[in-house]
Design a binder for this molecule. Structure first.
Ligand code: SF4
Ligand code: SF4
Length: 334
């Protein structure tokens, strides 16, 4: 079997960079861990849960999707092509790879989004089976598992007490990663480490059923009371995908940008005439829950939450989407 010594994680990244990949990996950054473009000298924190998700590399926070320049008496549109370098995402979490199915569904629904799909096609995703679940993780409550690699091209399995990783290419893209790694990988035998599963905290089917018939429940006020509407949960979420379109520029040139947005923001649904159908934070947070556990499953047959726990980990107000789900859909044996 193919093996990667943990101490050679940066050699793996360097080999892929030398082979022409833009390499994204969890990197220590001022005391925090983020998925960033790897550069020589950067310390890879393979097992850590990064603050952000790999979504940043497929659906950037801001992206130019149109450009116009003044020519004579009119404007001429410029050809804007997706910026989609060949990319290797290393040591992603299983819950982040699982979120790719959410993004794939929404960006290929009513039209095929060329900007997303170009990046997606150019990306190979290598997942490290997760042995570092904390109290916020709940992948097992939403159909996931820390040892699975749905959506990934290559799976690393921790082995020999964490000293090594077993390298399992799952697709042609994953095989290309393993081939490009060259001498960073070795051949040998190793014993896969057991992977602990986080406890199941709620029943997603029951949550969806409760949501479908409780739009006006008084519980929404209580559940959402601490929410500040900062949007941090949506920006960190691997599955959130709302965006806004803004035109920016001068009289001689302008660009059309796609920027992340969040249903948690007060301006998200504000109409030009001043009316806001989601006038308070309770209505906005209800939308977040409804979208992930009711509307999205109805339309696409899957939840729009993979249980990564980032939203609860980051929320300065103590909001916890799994706790809310457990409140409306406790497991029988909980
Ligand atoms: S739930 Fe927390 S992170 Fe999300 S918008 Fe509200 S305060 Fe911000
Ligand atoms: S809603 Fe929260 S737990 Fe679910 S995928 Fe998004 S950030 Fe992770």
């Amino acid at each position: 079997m193919k093996l990667l010594d943990r101490s050679k994680s940066t050699d793996f990244a360097a080999a892929l960079a030398a082979a022409g990949y833009r390499v994204a990996a969890p990197v220590s950054d001022g005391g925090l861990v983020r998925i960033k473009e790897w550069a020589p000298g950067a310390e890879i924190a393979a097992s850590e849960m990064p603050l952000n998700s790999m979504k940043d590399f497929l659906f950037p926070r801001t992206e130019v999707i149109g450009r116009w320049t003044l020519e004579g008496d009119g404007f001429a549109s410029q050809d804007v092509r997706p910026d989609a370098p060949k990319t290797a995402v290393l040591f992603a979490k299983p819950c982040d790879a699982a979120a790719l199915a959410v993004l794939d569904a929404v960006f290929n629904w009513d039209c095929k989004d060329c900007f997303y799909n170009a990046k997606r096609d150019a990306a190979a995703v290598a997942v490290l089976a997760c042995g570092s679940a904390d109290e916020h993780c709940f992948c097992t409550s939403v159909g996931g598992s820390p040892g699975e690699a749905h959506g990934a091209d290559l799976l690393f399995r921790p082995a020999d007490g964490g000293l090594r990783m077993i390298v399992e290419p799952l697709t042609a893209k994953g095989k290309a990663l393993a081939d490009a790694a060259g001498s960073a990988l070795s051949e040998g035998q190793a014993q896969a480490d057991p992977i602990a599963r986080p406890a199941e905290r709620f029943d997603p089917g029951k949550a969806s059923a409760w949501l479908a018939s409780n739009f006006e429940s008084p519980l929404w006020k209580e559940l959402s009371l601490p929410c500040l509407g900062c949007g941090a949960c949506a920006y960190a979420c691997p599955a959130c995908h709302c965006f806004d379109i803004q035109d920016e520029g001068s009289r001689s040139e302008s660009v059309r940008c796609r920027n992340w947005d969040s249903c948690g923001f007060g301006l998200f649904t504000l109409h030009a005439g001043g009316h806001n159908p989601r006038a308070d934070q309770s209505a906005r947070w209800r939308q977040r829950m409804m979208h992930k556990f009711s509307y999205f499953p109805q339309r696409f047959g899957r939840l729009a939450c993979t249980g990564c726990g980032r939203c609860a980990r980051l929320c300065q107000a103590g909001m916890d989407i799994a706790r809310a789900c457990a409140r409306i859909s406790p497991r029988e044996n909980a």
